[in-house]
Design a protein around this ligand. Structure first.
Ligand SMILES: C=CC1=C(C)c2cc3[nH]c(cc4nc(cc5[nH]c(cc1n2)c(C)c5CCC(=O)O)C(CCC(=O)O)=C4C)c(C)c3C=C
Ligand SMILES: [Fe+2]
Ligand SMILES: [Fe+2]
Length: 342
């Protein structure tokens, strides 16, 4: 931090440093009704996530959705909860990613690394203020989504700029672009697939890359997410040297009655089993960390679907998380985006 000589009646000035803020989606503080309800209400009130006109959506959200979903989702979270730390896996992995990145930059006194959540705790505003307190005049925001979507990346950026509205001395801000085609990311995914398959006692005939879905109408209005997902899978198949029939792209986690991006992960899994595929693996390249949607929906739920339809061997390939491959990707993106500031 810059040392400044100030008159004795001058407020303290801290300056000269650079912040890096990793931001993931957010997660409930507990699995009971009220923490679940608080989290879902904040998430599902976001106009970037639910585009249905407020007059229509408000009564649905506050009526049917928030009276039933907190209980149902709470039960799902309970099956994957990190009991040791009393938190969800998403929070455990995001914290660890922040801590490991901070340790990597420990020798660089100018850089301060922290992490936050778009919904729930710790908030972006709280962490931006803390970074400024530590003398960060410049902050790189890293939305933890390899593929861009208005429902994820853009809403992190919106919330960041909302927080800046309340700050007298705003830091300069950079927001990291998506990294769906970054060679370090594709390479990390490929290595994680190869290492995982080498440890199995079967060889998957097919591997599905399953991405979180979106309403199809968002794609039709111009959200590039669908194309980013397909590009990631195409580059991964090329890097692995696999034919495209062996590495499929599907979309999971549908919400509500609208049509979402297709093909759906659950339906594709049932179809493959019905067609005689006996050994299947699923990975989730769009998730930087394992979470409810990968550990409960895919590793447990879709694994059961595969077996119910006659499949025999199923494996979920973990997300990159805070592994050495995962940290290498995050560090690559951060170094790329800090150029000119360091
Ligand atoms: C219309 C609703 C939703 C859209 C659009 C959506 C997009 C989207 N979400 C992720 C990543 C995650 N979503 C997670 C949970 C989750 N998602 C929705 C709804 C939409 N997501 C809900 C209601 C929930 C909560 C759980 C539930 O009740 O089902 C999570 C997991 C969080 C955790 O705590 O583990 C992640 C991660 C992406 C990447 C995305 C669009 C590209
Ligand atoms: Fe989601
Ligand atoms: Fe596309």
């Amino acid at each position: 931090m810059k040392e400044m000589v100030l008159p004795s009646d001058h407020p303290p000035v801290r300056a000269g440093r650079i912040g890096v803020l990793l931001v993931n989606l957010g997660t409930p503080d507990g699995t009971d009704y009220w923490p679940m309800r608080r989290y879902l209400k904040e998430f599902l009130s976001d106009r970037r996530v639910i585009e249905t006109p407020r007059l229509l959506w408000w009564p649905i959200l506050n009526g049917m959705v928030l009276s039933t979903r907190p209980q149902k989702s709470g039960e799902a979270y309970a099956t994957i909860w990190n009991k040791e730390r009393n938190e969800s896996p998403l929070r455990t992995f995001t914290r660890s990613q922040g801590e490991k990145l901070a340790a990597d930059f420990a020798a660089e006194e100018r850089i301060e690394v922290d992490w936050a959540m778009r919904y729930g705790n710790p908030s972006i505003a709280e962490k931006l203020n803390a970074l400024q307190e530590k003398g960060c005049e410049k902050v790189l925001i890293v939305p933890l989504y390899p593929q861009y979507s208005a429902t994820t990346t853009a809403t992190v950026n919106d919330k960041t700029f909302d927080a800046l509205k309340e700050m007298r001395w705003q830091p300069a801000i950079r927001t990291a672009p998506p990294w769906h085609d970054e060679p370090a990311y594709i390479d990390a995914l490929a290595q994680s697939v190869e290492e995982h398959i080498a440890g199995l006692d079967f060889t998957p005939e097919v591997v599905i890359t399953s991405y979180h879905g979106l309403p199809k109408s968002y794609f039709e209005k111009g959200d590039p997410y669908h194309c980013h997902c397909h590009k990631t899978t195409r580059l991964l198949a090329e890097r692995l040297g696999w034919p495209k029939e062996r590495l499929l792209t599907t979309f999971q986690s549908r919400f509500g009655p609208e049509e979402w991006l297709q093909p759906y992960t659950d339906e594709t899994t049932a179809r493959l089993a019905n067609e005689g595929v006996k050994s299947l693996a699923i990975m989730n390249p769009g998730f930087v960390s394992d979470c409810l949607e990968t550990l409960e929906e895919i590793a447990i739920g879709v694994g059961e679907t595969f077996e119910e339809h006659g499949g025999e061997n199923f494996s979920h390939i973990p997300c990159l998380n805070d592994s050495k491959h995962g940290m290498h990707v995050i560090k690559t993106v951060v170094m790329r985006e800090l150029q000119g500031w360091l």
